[in-house]
Design a binder for this molecule. Structure first.
Ligand SMILES: O=C(O)C1=N[C@H](C(=O)O)C[C@H](O)C1
Length: 287
């Protein structure tokens, strides 16, 4: 269900600060035409925290329309300050949504027993399969491979977006023996090639707005066991990803997309500030 490259779309803004829905639609079509398996709406890259409820609904609506046309998976980022609020947000998802990307509420650090209780409660009430967004450096909560494996045995937990900030021992342990039907996607762009080598089925990668076809080729090459092609491509794309993440995501990416005429402005909403001209130039030059 999750295999392939999924693009967490930016939310472009026009000169008056409104969400540029046409630009989202164009980006969505472009990345799916280049082979992405799906879109992720309302991720960190989409500046979800800075969007009001009507804007979020508009973003989902346009992504759902394009995904339906292309028969691609639409995953939506769902967050809440606690389990009850997250459950409510899941139940309110429109019927076109195919999966939900869910984190542990940040800042609370509920402990691993709390993590299990959170996801098991959500798995019982969610209308769509869940993808656990494992990002301990943002949630503040470590989660072991054993816990992810236990959660992955639930039929409504389809997989995890793995973003531990590197390849850690837990990733190696999880990918050595994932539960039946549980799929791991890479969520740290620079590490996608090594995580694919370990057995990840794909990635949710902001960098794949650019060079989408090359990221798809990278995943295909690892899946086909073509190590020589995969390794060289992985090194090249890691340089691009590193350049895109020198300042907070999605500021540099938006600068590059704007410079290429793909979005109307490079604007982000506070507390993000636009990327420096140097960072954007370096990312434009990255090969
Ligand atoms: O929004 C996302 O999904 C992603 N967010 C990460 C981040 O902002 O750190 C990066 C990743 O490419 C996908």
């Amino acid at each position: 269900m999750l295999r392939g490259i999924h693009v967490p779309l930016v939310t472009p803004f026009d000169a008056s600060g409104e969400v540029a829905v046409d630009a989202i639609e164009k980006l969505a079509r472009q990345v799916l035409d280049e082979g992405a398996a799906g879109l992720v709406a309302l991720g960190t890259t989409g500046e979800v925290a800075a969007l009001d409820p009507e804007e979020r609904a508009r973003v989902i609506e346009v992504c759902a329309r394009v995904c339906a046309e292309r028969q691609a998976l639409l995953t939506v980022g769902v967050t809440g300050a606690d389990t009850r609020a997250t459950g409510r947000a899941l139940r309110e998802l429109p019927s076109e949504v195919g999966a939900a990307l869910v984190t542990i509420p940040s800042f609370l650090r509920p402990g691993e027993r709390g993590v299990v209780a959170h996801f098991e409660a959500l798995a019982e009430e969610t209308p769509v399969p869940l993808v656990i967004y494992h990002i301990p450096y943002r949630t503040g909560q470590a989660v072991s491979a054993a816990t992810l494996r236990r959660l992955g045995a639930h039929p409504m937990i389809a997989g995890a977006k793995y973003a531990a900030g590197g390849i850690d021992a837990e990733a190696v342990e999880l990918l050595a023996d994932p539960p039946e039907g549980f799929e791991v996607l890479c969520g740290d762009d620079v590490f996608v090639s090594p995580l694919l080598a370990l057995g990840a089925v794909g990635g949710i990668l902001a960098s794949a707005h650019l060079e989408t076809a090359a990221f798809v080729e990278l995943a295909d090459a690892w899946h086909a066991g073509d190590v020589v092609r995969a390794r060289a491509l992985g090194h090249r794309l890691a340089r691009l990803s590193a350049a895109l993440f020198t300042e907070p995501n999605p500021t540099v990416l938006k600068g590059v997309l704007h410079a290429r005429g793909l979005i109307p402005t490079p604007d982000v909403r506070l507390p993000l500030v636009p990327a420096s001209a140097e960072a954007v130039s370096r990312a434009l030059a990255a090969k």
